[in-house]
Design a protein around this ligand. Structure first.
Ligand code: FMN
Length: 358
């Protein structure tokens, strides 16, 4: 028994779609909680006016009845309200009559740091838009919706997941300075999983290691270029005597350098995952590029863009970590109904000498 997430959708197409498979029946979902996370993703210092155009809300097309999961695939939709202005430009079928509005003129100036150049070369596109629409981080809206569902499942076994920006004050200052220089910045976010019992994941193989799975889930988010668990990169410079978390009476640890995972298995301490985000690649002051149609050097495309999206990344990374933890919990505790899963979790906690400390 596992959870699976499949997504589809383009940035200015009609909608973004997520299908979550493997949920137990009877899990209560709260529409307001999902929408609240969608709103959190849209906010943050340094975001562009686009975030105000589109107040995201979730629609559920399948897998839910009267607020309870049916144990069938859950289909989530987040509409792109801005699609109205891109009706012909992003029409799934050939537009009728003369195309009008946004997205009708081919983009031939690839932006460095985006999917633009590699995407057109790989697929043989003539219009960069055919690549950038899916590569866009707009996609993260449905990752957040699926993450909110995962958090509802985790809540049943008393696990909470929270993403925050590391050093928010310094980031805001860097954002102000970058905005004045018409530039962009990145930053670091941290996600903590509290109440995660020991034994999620496995040391048996790369595919089942919890650390590898969390790293892949977070690295899979646009603009993430580094992921560390616990003390991560800093561990490389430490001595073994100061790097490991000694086991005390009652199997307690006073330190958590490992970030809650040893040998790919959760050890009962707080899960700590950090991610480094690169500066956003679309600048108001364009970078150098070459026109795909003429081969002539030119400035890269300038699209309305954010100065930073680090606060948004904290919300997306929280969702990605929550989904992966829910998946690992689903694998360990199974069950066709949420009550079965909770009963298996309780029986497990009775068997092991572990009590939540934080
Ligand atoms: C929440 C979020 C919002 C983003 N917003 C923008 C943006 O407004 N402008 C931009 O150029 N890149 C933005 N990005 C980053 C690009 O989507 C990303 O750099 C690009 O798709 C290339 O992927 P890569 O950086 O993983 O190589 C955002 C990323 C995230 C996670």
């Amino acid at each position: 028994m596992t959870l699976r997430l499949t997504t589809a959708g383009e940035s200015h197409g009609p909608a973004l779609v997520a299908v979550v498979e493997g949920l137990p029946a009877g899990l209560v979902l709260d529409r307001a909680a999902i929408d609240a996370d969608l709103l959190r993703r849209q906010q943050g210092y340094g975001r562009s006016p686009r975030q105000q155009i589109e107040q995201d809300t979730v629609e559920v097309l399948a897998g839910l009845r009267h607020g309870r999961t049916l144990g069938t695939p859950l289909a989530l939709v987040v509409r792109n309200r801005d699609h109205e202005n891109w009706r012909s430009g992003m029409s799934p079928w050939p537009p009728e009559g003369e195309p009008t509005g946004k997205g009708t003129k081919p983009v031939t100036l690839p932006r460095p740091g985006h999917a633009d150049l590699a995407g057109v070369l790989k697929h043989g596109f003539a219009d960069v838009r055919d690549a950038l629409e899916r590569a866009s981080a707009r996609h993260t809206a449905v990752i957040v919706a699926a993450g909110a569902v995962a958090k509802a499942l985790l809540h049943e076994i008393e696990v909470e997941v929270e993403g925050t920006v590391v050093d928010e004050e310094a980031l805001r200052k860097r954002i102000d300075e970058a905005r004045a220089a018409r530039d962009t910045v990145g930053g670091v976010v941290e996600v903590r999983g509290r109440g995660v019992p020991p034994g999620l994941g496995s040391y048996a193989s790369r595919a089942t290691r919890l650390d590898a799975r969390l790293a892949a889930a977070v690295m899979g988010i646009q603009a993430v270029k580094g992921v560390e668990i616990g003390d991560g990169f800093a561990l490389a410079a430490k001595r073994g005597s100061e790097a490991h978390d000694e086991i005390g009476e009652g199997f307690r640890r006073d330190t958590n350098h490992a970030g809650g995972i040893e040998a790919g298995v959760s050890n009962g301490e707080e899960i700590v995952v950090r991610a480094a985000m690169k500066p956003l690649p679309t600048l108001m002051r364009p970078l150098a590029s070459v026109d795909l149609a003429t081969g002539e050097p030119s400035d890269a495309l300038v699209e309305r863009s954010d100065v930073a999206a680090v606060e948004a990344l904290a919300v997306v990374a929280e969702a990605a970590v929550a989904f992966e933890l829910a998946r690992a919990a689903r694998e360990k505790f199974g069950g066709d109904a949420i009550g079965d899963l909770v009963a298996a979790w309780r029986a497990y906690l009775e068997r092991i000498p572990w009590r939540r400390t934080r």
